[in-house]
Write a protein that binds this ligand. Structure first.
Ligand SMILES: NC(=O)c1ccc[n+]([C@@H]2O[C@H](COP(=O)([O-])OP(=O)(O)OC[C@H]3O[C@@H](n4cnc5c(N)ncnc54)[C@H](O)[C@@H]3O)[C@@H](O)[C@H]2O)c1
Length: 374
């Protein structure tokens, strides 16, 4: 199969969907790999590294026109819509429930579109989203520590303190993938860490792996009220799958927080867990409400493309290999995780939540495949 790797053209996106190591694996399996010129440069992979791995460097027109399977990181944007076509399988983050024009373009083009974010295990885990949560979680204390410095407008407290001076207090709302990783880094920086979580089972797990080094408390509005007024850095990391984040931090509660404290709302991509949260960008990451510095960057992993690209491709490559070896229809028939990733195939919308979001017709994947649409 001919596997293409497109260069990302979305602003401030430096990741690439395949590393030279991944290219070499595909070439070894007998596939042809086409990489768009300079696709890997933002992640510190020059074209020559792909060539050494056996890939061919091609133009943007060639990578879209000649590939059977095209790998990307972000969803296609409007200038790329005319390149969508029948016979092409696209494997990338899509998030089309929030993007009607792209949904229409995918359906009209006849392409097969498989979304990283809806690839799902039989236990409901989202393996292609998890590494981005790990990264965002690990970045959160780093960003928080930076903005706690006085010249950045913060309280002027060092996360780890020093001998004889108390460390800063870090409060983490939600102890899932983001929360756990935030705790690991905050602990490593010497902070005093509290996690509020609402799942007892998850707290037992955190208790075991963090061996009593963090304070684990059942999440309730009273507990939050008590903990948040003492926090120097609060990290929002709650998730209710498929729903907007609960607004745990009300404006009233914000007024009780220390002046110059920092609130990093990682859950901003689900609307954020404070009433005062609104998305920001790496260019202009913070704003202040009630003397609390809000950091609400919606694509935190974008700040560290060298790490993010490797973390992403580590988890996507096994699926890419299956798609390349068996073709899209063969691979999704054999692998239920990949099947859940299929959003659009042969002009049919095969992901119920997306169809519902846009009031469009939904066709179960089984029916679409039986009709031979691909
Ligand atoms: N901003 C970014 O760049 C970025 C990057 C990656 C992930 N995220 C977002 O971060 C959020 C967390 O992701 P995750 O992978 O850690 O999810 P996760 O499902 O692993 O963890 C969420 C945790 O929140 C807990 N929770 C739910 N309601 C709660 C409440 N009221 N109080 C306390 N805990 C509660 C759940 O029990 C769960 O343990 C998601 O919204 C995700 O989309 C953002």
């Amino acid at each position: 199969m001919r596997v293409g790797v497109a260069r990302e053209i979305k602003q401030q996106e430096y990741r690439v969907a395949l590393t030279p190591a991944g290219a070499r694996e595909l070439v070894k399996r007998g596939h042809e790999v086409l990489v768009e010129r300079t696709a890997g440069v933002g992640s510190a992979f020059p074209d020559e590294a792909y060539e050494r791995a056996g890939a061919t460097i091609v133009s943007v027109d060639d990578v879209w026109a000649r590939s059977d399977l095209l790998l990307k990181v972000k969803e296609p944007i409007a200038p790329e819509y005319p390149r969508l076509r029948e016979g092409l399988t696209l494997f990338t983050y899509l998030h089309i429930a929030a993007d009607e024009p792209l949904t229409q373009a995918l359906v009209e083009s006849g392409i097969t579109a498989i979304a990283y974010e809806t690839v799902e295990t039989d236990h409901g885990a989202l393996p292609l989203l998890a590494p981005m949560s790990e990264i965002a979680g690990r970045l959160a204390p780093q960003a928080g520590a930076d903005h706690l410095e006085k010249p950045k407008g913060g309280r002027g407290i060092l996360l780890g303190g020093v001998a004889g001076v108390a460390p800063a207090r870090v409060l983490i709302l939600g102890g899932g993938m983001v929360g756990y990783n935030a705790a690991v880094i905050a602990l490593g920086m010497g902070a005093q860490v509290t996690i509020l979580e609402r799942s007892v089972e998850r707290m037992r797990f955190l208790e075991q792996i963090l061996s009593g080094r963090v304070q684990l408390l059942m999440s309730s509005s009273l507990q939050l009220e008590e903990a948040i007024k003492d926090a120097d850095l609060t990290i929002g990391a709650v998730l209710i799958p498929g729903a907007l984040a609960p607004k745990l931090v009300t404006r009233e509660l914000l007024e009780t927080m220390k002046a110059g404290s920092v609130f990093v709302d990682v859950a901003i991509d689900q609307g954020g867990c404070a009433e005062t949260s609104k998305p920001t960008t790496h260019d202009d990451p913070v704003y202040i409400v009630e003397d609390v510095i809000h950091y609400c960057v919606a694509n935190m992993p974008g700040a560290v493309p060298i790490t993010s690209t490797r973390a992403l491709t580590n988890v996507t490559l096994p699926y890419v290999e299956q798609l390349a070896d068996n073709g899209a229809t063969g691979a999704v028939a054999a692998n239920s995780e990949l099947a859940r990733g299929v959003n659009v195939i042969g002009g049919k919308l095969t992901y119920a939540a997306v169809a519902e979001a846009h009031g469009m017709d939904y066709t179960p994947l089984r029916d679409a495949l039986a009709a031979g649409v691909a």
